[in-house]
Design a protein around this ligand. Structure first.
Ligand SMILES: Cc1cc2nc3c(=O)[nH]c(=O)nc-3n(C[C@H](O)[C@H](O)[C@H](O)COP(=O)(O)O)c2cc1C
Length: 205
């Protein structure tokens, strides 16, 4: 059982990291392997809609996106963490996720997704919705907690004082573990849901 964790904050030891580390403690206790990758301070450009990935199944820009794609393919669950910037996710993370999800063709069905957001004060639930949409267009069930998965803090380290936020992260990691284990059992017993050939109607015909 393996979880891939992407931290979209440019601050490696910032507040998003505190939330993600709180989850890792639970994954460790539950014997779930986890790998945390910081991408927020990397130079990751956006998608240029060249369509080259339609044929190749990988991005035309051979950077972290293509490097991390096999880890995504291999994992049972994906956690995405982001600081809130102007009531939205960090732009580097959005560029990374857009290219990762668009360029890869492997089946993501039933990999469990969880997003974690961090802010001084506002824009948390909008960012949470934004990130969850990567999962919900990909057949990925979304793990949830006792509250929306957010933590508060401005200066790096402040999130450690948010007792409720930390609890939300622990509960989220436990719920996510339960979902991943249940899905693994379900796959063994029933297999993945039947696939239909994709229909695309672009609203013009
Ligand atoms: C460019 C920028 C925009 C920000 N926008 C918001 C915002 O919309 N709402 C908010 O509450 N905090 C905002 N913040 C504060 C960060 O979300 C906050 O400092 C958070 O702890 C950063 O997480 P990190 O330590 O993981 O990087 C912003 C910070 C920056 C640098």
């Amino acid at each position: 059982m393996k979880v891939l964790i992407i931290n979209g904050s440019p601050r490696k030891n910032g507040n998003t990291s505190i939330a993600l580390e709180e989850m890792i403690k639970i994954f460790d206790a539950e014997n779930v392997e986890s790998e945390l990758i910081h991408i927020g301070n990397k130079d990751i450009r956006g998608c240029i809609a060249c369509g080259s990935c339609f044929k190749s199944g990988k991005c035309v820009f051979d950077d972290l996106v293509n490097e991390i794609a096999p880890k995504f393919e291999a994992c049972d669950g994906l956690v995405i963490g982001s600081p809130v910037y102007y009531a939205s996710a960090n732009a580097t993370l959005v560029a990374f996720l857009t290219r990762l999800f668009y360029s890869t063709h492997f089946d993501k069905t039933m990999k469990v997704g969880a997003s974690v957001v961090c802010a001084r004060r506002g824009g948390l639930s909008a960012t949470f919705d934004e990130l969850n949409k990567f999962f919900t267009i990909s057949g990925m069930p979304v793990a949830s907690s006792q509250y929306w998965n957010s933590i508060h803090g401005r200066v790096a380290g402040e999130a450690a004082q948010d007792a409720e936020g930390l609890q939300v992260m622990r509960v989220l990691a436990r719920n996510m573990t339960f979902l991943m284990k249940s899905i693994a059992l379900g796959k063994e017993a029933y297999g993945l849901p039947e696939k239909e050939e994709s229909k695309r109607t672009d609203f013009i015909r």
